[in-house]
Design a protein around this ligand. Structure first.
Ligand code: GDP
Length: 325
């Protein structure tokens, strides 16, 4: 017998990990009764004001994200924090699997009583995963987790989604200079509040220092952020547990500055607005493509457009009119 909504809510608010896990599963369910329950649960959890810090962690596969999160997370629980780890996984139709990997990740941290590691949810091309992750953050915070780490692989949409739900966006990079730096996209540089060059150990330290210099110079070319924060580039080795304390100090400094000048709160409010508009956009699009009139005409109109029998604009107009019929 599944627990009642009341029991589940009580469990989450008490910080019970099993209840939290079940609540997230409920959130991920596509069944209508579950969705309604999940909405109620979120509403209750939203009313629990939590003092939390949401940190996005991104970087290419192999940069050391899971190693980093495991060590960083343990460091935070040692400081008395309660840490939740969530992931936005671009598991795609192309790879048929999750890029971030499966449930075996971060086993050490998962065993920690003050940590909650949510196994990667399966992919959903409609962008539903990001929305669920945002709601999952709310549940975790209501359950008393005061640091939420949101992990994602640095690819397009996922990165933007993660950026739009966190307070601090940390980009992990590998030591390397020159050409290798070209690989870090402009958009990523703009989003970064901090860049950590991981694997700065052994022979790689020299290269890492060069990269640090180059990335710092590159960051300075961007206009200053409105929140008064100047992004930093730090070196670390997750494997050797070097430099991670300095990364936490940097994040704390960021929080102090932006909380003092009001930007911390402002950013969260702007993110709420972003997600409202984003959800409407997605829903309108969804309804359009699910509309039965659109469904029955879209293929022939697409063909006609491709063959030049009708202009794309006229065809779009027709379809949009059909959708509101
Ligand atoms: P992810 O794909 O970004 O999650 O990367 P992983 O955490 O799975 O790490 C990929 C590989 O890099 C693993 O073999 C790790 O042991 C190794 N690794 C992670 N962090 C470091 C580090 O700081 N230094 C070195 N030398 N290797 C590391």
């Amino acid at each position: 017998m599944p627990p009642t909504l009341q029991a589940l809510t009580d469990g989450v608010l008490k910080g019970d990990k099993t209840a939290l896990g079940r609540a997230i599963t409920l959130l991920e369910s596509k069944k209508k009764p579950d969705t309604q329950k999940a909405d109620k649960l979120i509403e209750t959890c939203l009313s629990q004001k939590a003092d939390s810090l949401r940190i996005g962690i991104t970087g290419p596969p192999g940069v050391g994200k899971s190693t980093f999160i495991e060590v960083f997370g343990k460091q935070l629980t040692a400081l008395g924090k309660k840490v939740a780890v969530l992931a936005i996984d671009p598991s795609s139709a192309i790879s048929k699997g999750s890029i971030l990997g499966d449930k075996t990740r971060m086993q050490e941290l998962a065993k920690d009583t003050n940590a909650f590691v949510r196994p990667t949810p399966s992919g959903d091309a409609s962008g539903g995963v990001a929305k669920k992750t945002r709601e999952t953050i709310i549940l975790c915070e209501a359950a008393g987790y005061d640091v939420v780490l949101v992990e994602t692989v640095g690819v397009g949409q996922n990165e933007i989604a993660a950026y739009s739900m966190v307070d601090f966006f940390l980009v992990l990079q590998l030591p390397g200079a020159g050409d290798e730096l070209q690989g870090i996209k402009r958009g990523m540089m703009e989003m970064a509040d901090g860049i950590a060059i991981n694997k700065s150990d052994g022979d790689a330290i020299k290269k890492a220092l060069v990269a640090q210099g180059e990335l710092t110079r590159a960051l300075h070319l961007f206009p200053h952020k409105e929140n008064g924060w100047i992004p930093k580039v730090l070196l670390c080795s997750a494997q050797e547990n070097e430099g991670l304390a300095a990364i936490w100090d940097m994040i704390m400094e960021f929080a102090t500055i932006t909380k003092t000048n009001g930007h911390f709160e402002f950013q969260r409010k702007s993110q709420n607005k972003y997600w409202l508009l984003q959800t409407i956009d997605a829903e309108i699009k969804n309804r359009f493509y699910q509309n039965k009139h659109v469904k029955s005409h879209i293929d022939s109109l697409l063909k006609a457009v491709m063959e030049g029998q009708i202009s794309p604009f006229a065809a779009a107009d027709k379809l949009l009119k059909l959708a509101t019929k």
